[in-house]
Design a protein around this ligand. Structure first.
Ligand code: ZN
Length: 241
């Protein structure tokens, strides 16, 4: 039983992390194109650094919620048969107990060097232009995937989707590609697909099943179902016939 789980902003939102798409379309008061594009960093690096430095510092004010903890339990149950992919750049999955998280949009607590290409764990600020720990050049940028850039490890994700028995999308809007297309890929190769979201997403009709509610409630209940199915020896009911 191979499972691919994709998590999005809705999971972090229940921990108090501001979501990307607020009702006003702004990201903590900023237009997306002013803080989350390579062009913004080229023209106004200090604004981009200040934005991400503040978000990195704000991680200290949030805690993982029951959805994060349930997914850590799922990892213990499934081991290498689980691929947990997140669009979130916070560290709440890790702090919830998950040990192998694929951050397809990068991580706040990582710096990417434009000089040597290295990725470095980073908890402090980048706005004071510190030297790269690897090459010494002051060319560090937030290690996050901006609009117009290619998400990380897409080959690995697509391979896992191709071989998955079950694909579960949790707390995502279904609007940001390529993640929004994962359900297509999974179904094409015979996986059962499940959506857990506060409200029906843009792509909700693409899923075999869609459940609405808070991730902190739905995810622990779903992981309980998986544990139960495993205890019974993986009934055929979890895979698309
Ligand atoms: Zn470097």
């Amino acid at each position: 039983m191979r499972v691919v789980v994709l998590t999005g902003a809705g999971v972090s939102a229940e921990s108090g992390v501001p979501t990307f798409r607020d009702a006003d379309g702004l990201w903590e008061g900023h237009r997306v194109e002013d803080v989350a594009t390579p062009e913004a960093f080229e023209y106004q690096p200090s604004i981009v650094h200040a934005f991400y430095d503040a978000r990195r510092a704000a991680l200290a004010d949030v805690e993982p919620n029951p959805a994060h903890q349930a997914l850590a339990r799922l990892e213990q149950l499934l081991g290498d048969d689980l691929l947990l992919v997140t669009q979130n750049i916070d560290d709440l999955h890790e702090r919830g107990g998950s040990q192998r998280v694929l951050h397809m949009h990068g991580e706040l607590q990582s710096a990417l060097c434009r000089g040597c290409g290295g990725h470095y764990p980073w908890t402090g600020e980048l706005g004071d232009y510190p030297p790269c720990p690897g090459c010494g050049v002051a060319e560090l940028r937030p290690d996050v995937v901006w609009f117009g850039e290619i998400p990380y490890e897409m080959d690995r994700i697509l391979e896992a989707l191709t071989g998955a028995d079950l694909f579960v999308s949790i707390g995502t809007s279904g609007m940001v590609y390529p993640a929004a297309g994962f359900v297509h890929q999974a179904r094409l190769h015979g996986a059962r697909t499940l959506e857990l979201n506060l409200a029906p997403s843009e792509g909700t009709t693409l899923f075999h099943e869609s459940r609405q509610g808070r991730a902190g409630t739905l995810v622990p209940a779903w992981v309980d179902e998986i544990a139960w199915a495993m205890a019974r020896g993986w009934a055929h009911d979890v895979r698309e016939k």
